[in-house]
Design a protein around this ligand. Sequence first.
Ligand code: SF4
Length: 462
Amino acid sequence: MGKKKRRTRRESKQPSFFLLTLGCPKNEFDSEGISEMLLQARYHSTPDPAAADVMIVNTCGFLQAAKDESIQTLRELAASKRKNQLLIAAGCMAQRFGAEVTQQVDGLDGLIGTRSWADIVPFIQNLRANKRPEPLFHLPETGDVPLETVALNRQQVNPGRTSAYLKISDGCSAPCAFCTIPGFKGLNRSRPREHLLAEARRLQDSGVQEIILIAQDTTAYGRDWGQTDGLPSLLEELVAAAPEIRWWRLMYAYPGHATNRLVEVMAAHPQIIPYIDMPLQHGHPDTLRRMRRPHNVDKLLRWIESYRGALPHAVLRTTFIVGYPGETEAEFQGLLDFMGAVEFDRAGAFVFSPEPGTPAFDLPDQIDAQTAQARWERLMEFQQPISLRRNQQMVGQRLDVIVDGAGDGVSITRSYRDAPEIDGYVVVEKELPVGSMVPVFVTGAMEYDLMAVPADEPILVM
Ligand code: SF4
């Protein structure tokens, strides 16, 4: 009895952490790394911020709206902070705005940047050991911490996951005039191939079925070493290294870097699912030129044709920016015409956000907020019947789906057409084992989601 009590007291001394991730899948990937490092250091994770010794927010600072959300979240946690609890801002907003964050959030104990999170354990130890009146900064200039170090620190993966992100590079070398990312993440740096192959094998061995390749620009993989087709070669090696992975999914492709070789490799390997997320930002050449983006729309259309020609039922997802400085009504209409011509399976949009420090911030002819918002609404309305039509083409098809959740007689699943937390679902009329991959028949379509029954159930054909 006495022994038991002593053990409980020792266990309760193990520090606990609460980790909240804001922003995109790239941040989720970094959060997994932070979490794994803390678990290895014998911290334990808690979903309750009030119960945690250390509260960490992996922030997003890409746009003003994301910064506001990060600040608000930090303020709420700071307001409920107990004595001896630590509050840390990690990630993009911490890196981008540094000291400014500490002026806006009272009670912040530390800031750790996008390429220094590998030091999270000693950073927290330092904070716990040394009480200090001012927050501690660990925001090395971009490039100070080798990316390889970060990669090497990811030694293990959480078991029991079906789907996992694999970040193949970090930073971006594209010159997009509206984007803050190269300013605080630095230029594109590809992770060493052998690290990625080893990580893919570990994910495979832990039971993961889907690996999602992410980066600021996945198609830039190897370009920092002078390779133009680094991504297709990497994909071939990954598929060979982890042959049991059922789905390889590609996010964040850049139109100027998507090659025919990429299409050939995707067509040759059925495990590389025919899904590409390619944020295009606009469809009118003049707007694209001002955005400093690839603006040869005919070339892009030819590439899309070859992608769809080589891969039946290929899915193309994209994102656009509306209300970019100087966007005339004719340019906006050109964007809608482009969307109508391509018929993207999925398309999202943002209203342009002028970010200080970017060339677009100072461009003339800024669009007023009302016009930009109205264009956003028109774009979303324009896309809806297209998404519905594309979904309707799937009715009657047999698809493999991953079961994400089940209850109340239905399962929430995803097919190759649905990236987690970004696209829609396939709702299956039966409770299926969560984490399994099962075949289904599609019976109905809505704008975002599909309805289906398990493939072994009789289907009622109307
Ligand atoms: S490609 Fe994407 S991340 Fe890179 S500069 Fe352009 S918008 Fe930013």
